[in-house]
Design a protein around this ligand. Structure first.
Ligand code: ZN
Length: 536
């Protein structure tokens, strides 16, 4: 007997034929020669009685059957992923709910995976041994063939048929593959295979036997458009190296805000993956880099780096006046909290916010992790080098604590906020400016959004999650407003063309030639400015 198998069956609005197909799948399972079998039916947010029928089947079936319900219709990729996530056995396979494949085809696939000959076994309808009914419409057949060719051309996959709905995996390989998934719909098949190939997994093809027409749930035109869009997205991700597995097979990190371990992948590049917490909605790096790895980022090179578009700042000092003007404008938000005139700026860089605050705050302290940056801070301010959670500071002392483009760097926001609460006087104010993952800029720029700086930006907030983390750590939110920054046009040109070096150069040159390089404008940056007071 072979190892135990978890068979995942995604189902969407299948109430018409589900009882019949589940019965036929259940009848076929004992013949698969697995030592134990569990059936996992995932209801993909069906509007009909699919979930109830699956649960009724589970209640009466002699086999272990589990039903997973997705709250809304997400697509086949998301449904299969939800099933893989709860699979208990060392072999995982999935098939379609309308059961077009003779499950006997799975026997050699499972044997190959169980023996270690391959990591992923895929059905291939183009293999000579496959029995495929071509009678289901010339147009559908032709579009399938065209799409196979496009997939091959766009992704360089060495398989003609990426979309066959019968696939088997070693469970750990399946979990790692699905962890990198960004496509919810039918395109998840080719994304999965592209990820497998990119990480050197062994993929083997097997003939399949169709019992009746497949692809019956694919709407020809609408789904073709969506799959073409997904194909381009996967191609971009592949080019960026987005599908590289994390170096160490780390356990998933639970949400740093609410502690829940369920999440959805959002963006991945350079071996880092940002996910959205399924419970509170905050975006965070998962797995979260270690503190040692993060501390190593902020050396001398951070503030004057050649690679400044992706990490650190191009020439931070050259933009000093822009920064001071930006900070002056942001400080106006806490004008009524000046009190005794004591300010603390955390993650201060070269101390430009303290410079801008000199007119209104008679005492300015700065905390900065990078010793190199701290040396550049004006002697007019008091400088403390280190981590906000561990440096020595007077308690109940400050009227205002500022976090400018800093909060998103902190892996444990609860601990940092507790410390900030501790050094503020009762009623003192926190002024934080941080990227807003729900801003229009984030939505428009998507994976090119400038704030997707990994691994420096470890958590990205929205107004909701920011309010949540502040209120659960002893703060009362007073205001939230979109934040902007002053910037020179040539700097903006560079940012706009992020990821296109030639375009960036051309734009920058053009802006300088027209004499616009020195001109500054105040632009929205996709960030949010929040003022919150420390509750007693
Ligand atoms: Zn959460």
């Amino acid at each position: 007997m072979m190892a135990a198998l978890s068979l995942v069956v995604p189902a969407f609005d299948e109430s018409g034929r589900l009882p019949r197909t589940l019965a036929s799948i259940a009848a076929a399972l004992p013949r698969l020669a697995a030592s134990k079998v569990e059936l996992i039916v995932v209801d993909d947010g069906s509007a009909d009685a699919t979930a109830e029928l699956a649960e009724r089947f589970a209640a009466t079936s002699p086999l272990p059957v589990r039903v997973v319900r997705l709250g809304r219709n997400r697509g086949k990729g998301a449904a299969v992923a939800a099933g893989v996530a709860v699979a208990r056995h060392p072999l995982v396979a999935f098939t379609d709910a309308d059961s077009p494949y003779d499950l006997g085809s799975l026997v050699p696939m499972l044997a190959a995976v169980a023996s270690g000959r391959c990591d992923v076994a895929i059905g291939a309808r183009d293999l000579p041994g496959s029995q495929v009914n071509r009678g289901y419409g010339a147009l559908r057949y032709l579009s399938g063939q065209t799409f196979s060719l496009m997939t091959w051309l766009a992704l360089g996959l060495p398989f003609r048929d990426s979309q066959c709905g019968l696939k088997a995996f070693r469970a750990d390989a399946a979990r790692r593959l699905f962890a990198m998934r960004t496509v919810d719909g039918f395109g998840f098949d080719f994304e999965l295979l592209a990820t497998a190939v990119a990480n050197g997994l062994r993929v083997e093809r097997f003939p399949v036997r169709l019992t009746h027409d497949d692809d019956s749930r694919v709407a020809l035109v609408r789904d073709s458009l969506r799959m073409t869009r997904d194909l381009l997205q996967v191609r971009r991700n592949l080019k960026r190296g987005a599908y590289a597995f994390p170096a160490l097979p780390a356990d998933p990190t639970p949400c740093p805000l609410c502690g829940v371990a369920e999440f959805e992948p959002r963006v991945a590049h350079d071996g880092f993956r940002m996910v959205e917490c399924s419970s509170c909605g905050v975006w965070y790096l998962n797995p979260m880099p270690t503190r040692a790895a993060l501390a190593g980022l902020y050396g001398d090179a951070y503030y004057a780096s050649d690679d400044a578009i992706d990490g650190g700042y191009a020439d931070y000092a050259a933009m000093a006046d822009d920064h001071r003007d930006t900070f002056r404008r942001r400080l106006a938000l806490v004008a009524r909290h000046v009190g005794e005139g004591r300010l603390l700026d955390v993650g201060a860089g070269y101390g430009y916010l303290a410079d801008a605050a000199a007119a209104t705050f008679r005492e300015r302290w700065v905390v900065e992790l990078s010793p190199a940056a701290a040396r550049r801070v004006s002697p007019a301010h008091r400088v403390v080098v280190g981590d906000i959670e561990s440096v020595e500071l007077p308690r109940g002392y400050f009227d205002v604590v500022s976090l400018q483009d800093c909060f998103e760097h902190l892996p444990d926001p609860g601990a940092a906020l507790a410390r900030i609460h501790d050094v503020l006087r009762p009623g003192g104010a926190l002024l934080a400016v941080t990227p807003n993952a729900h801003s229009w800029l984030a939505r428009v720029q998507r994976e090119r959004w400038v704030s997707l700086k990994f691994p420096e930006h470890v958590i990205l907030y929205s107004r909701d999650t920011l309010r949540r983390v502040l209120e659960s750590n002893g703060f009362a939110v007073e205001s939230m407003t979109p934040a902007g920054q002053y910037a020179r046009l040539d700097f903006l040109a560079e940012r706009v063309a992020k990821g296109h070096p030639q375009l960036a150069q051309a734009l920058t040159r053009a802006v300088r030639r027209w004499g616009g390089g020195e001109r500054r404008i105040y632009v929205p940056s996709g960030s949010v400015a929040v003022v919150a007071t420390a509750r007693a």
